[in-house]
Structure formats: C-alpha cells, structure tokens
Design a protein around this ligand. Sequence first.
Ligand code: PMP
Length: 326
Amino acid sequence: MTTHLEPLDSVLDTVGQTPLVRVHAGPDDVPVYAKLESFNPGASVKDRIGKYMIERMLERDDLEPGGTVVEPTAGNTGIGFAVAAGQLDVNAVFVVPERFSLEKQQLMRALGAEVINTPTEDGMGGAIDRAHQLAEETEGAVVPQQFANPLNVEAHYETTGPEMFEALDGEVGAVVAGCGTAGTLMGIAKYAREQDPDTYVAAVEPEGSLYAETTGADVEEAEYKIEGIGTHDPSTNELFDPDLVDDVVRVADRAAQDELKRLAREEGQLVASSAGAASVAARAVAEGIRDGNVDAPHDSVVTVFPDSSERYLSKGIYRSFEDWEG
Ligand code: PMP
C-alpha cells in the first residue's frame, strides 16, 4: 500500500489512496464521507482508470510498449491516460470536440499527448468516429473506449471501493456517486454489494440527463451545466447496470453550484460541479437513512468528489449562476 510517507519511484505510485473526508453539512448521526479525487497526480478520479487500464492492456498484450492509445474524451480521462501513458512508454492521442475546456487540452499536451480537435457541431459522436478512424490508420493503436470497457469498472472495484471500506472498517451503509461513464459507481457498487448485499446504492445525474429512464422513471431531457456526469442517450453508457442501483438522484444545476460554493466557504473544499451534485445527493440519502425512509445496513454514506474547481475557473464556476458557463 502506498502510504505517501516514504519516497516513491514514480508519479504513478501516487494514484489512488486518496483521503476520505467527512462532509459536515449532513446529519450528525449519519455521517457523509467524500473521497477527494483531486489528490491524484492528474487531479481527478480518471487517473485511476488511466493507470489501471493501460497497465492491464499491456499485461494482456492488447497494447504493445511503444504502442498508442487513441481515446475520444472531453477532459479528465485524457489527462489521466496521458499521465499513465507517459510513464508506461505508450503514446497517447486524444480526440476532443473544439468547444471543450482549453485548460484540459493544454494539460494533455503538456503531458506529451497529441490532441486532435473535431468540429463542435459533430459532437462527441464525431470525436468517437474520428478516434476509431485514427486507430485503424495507426500501427499498434487501440481505443480503450472508457464508455464500454469493463476495465473502467474494474479499476474502481479493485481500488476505490476497497479503499472506502478499509477507511470505515467495513461500516458503509450507502454508496452515492455521479455517473458519466458510470465506471466509478459500478465498480464501487459491485464491491460494496459483495461485502454486504444490502448496501444502498444511489446514482447521481443532473436534471435533464436520462439515466433515470433506465429505472423506469418518466423524465424530461434538457441541457445542463454540471460537467462530467449525465447522459442524453443511456444506450451509449454500456457500463451502467440498473440492477446495481436502488435510486437515481437527479440534481439541478443551481443546487449543485450552491453546494460547491458552500463546500468551499464552509468546508475548505475546492471541488467542481459533479462533486456539488454528489454532495447534495449524498446528504439526501443520509437524511433518508436518519428518517427511516432509506434502508441501509450502517449509518454512513460514502461519495466521490471527482475533481477540483480550479479546472473550471475560466468557466466562472464561482460566479453567479447566470455567469457560470457550465
Ligand atoms: N465528474 C467529473 C468531473 C468527470 O470528469 C467524470 C468522468 N466523466 C465523472 C464525474 C464521472 O465518472 P465516471 O465516468 O466514472 O462515471
């Protein structure tokens, strides 16, 4: 186990083992704890899959040393893959629609990756098509496909989930996490249900996203500002398994932004909008346990704060709701 108390050989040794910190705004008798994923070297939860997926692909000979990963990504995944690729003798190419955060694209390039832009109007679909085309044209190239690759879930099943349970001596009542690819939640939930089949599991999505459709809810599609979670087409989120989920909690943009501002002001936490949404949802689940509306085997809730607000300052994350570009 990495303790961070001794010298380490590689930055990859600092991926994971992030702190689990209490969120104080919740009920006193049902504590909420958040995994602070900005403590990873690329400053987000996606460093875990970058390291885990590239290492496993190399082990399985799906990828050769000196080979190339080509991934369509809007941000944190590219940074996570770029950190790992650089240290594991793998080239990285990311296909990013033009409109996405310039900060993230600069960081991918700084880490030695190549960034190729696709037209904004072609959406993420355009980036996915281009990535596959590039992989076909490039010798030794693979597309890890975070939206469909079971290694994404496995990374969290092997690391994030066990770390949470270890920190709380197994006394985890509920797990709550935002779903983009859903790799984070599915990995944690699978691990949690193996420890205790009654562990309560809640997925978090922005209002306007359609994950809730998969559990039979009749919900309206709309645009949203919360970044990194949600889907407009659940059929593309192949990793999400509704059978592992007790509830899908939908959080409004305004509530997520109010909460991320509160977390900074009151709790010293510089976290972004998907963390704000996770915090709102985790508190609602904790209140449900306290009030007897949610059945959980222990009086505690764990969630994940995926990244830092610093990555979104240019988008006005701390400005008024109207001036936040999302
Ligand atoms: N928050 C942020 C900021 C992210 O970048 C992501 C990844 N898209 C998530 C949450 C969700 O993680 P996952 O893809 O594992 O569901």
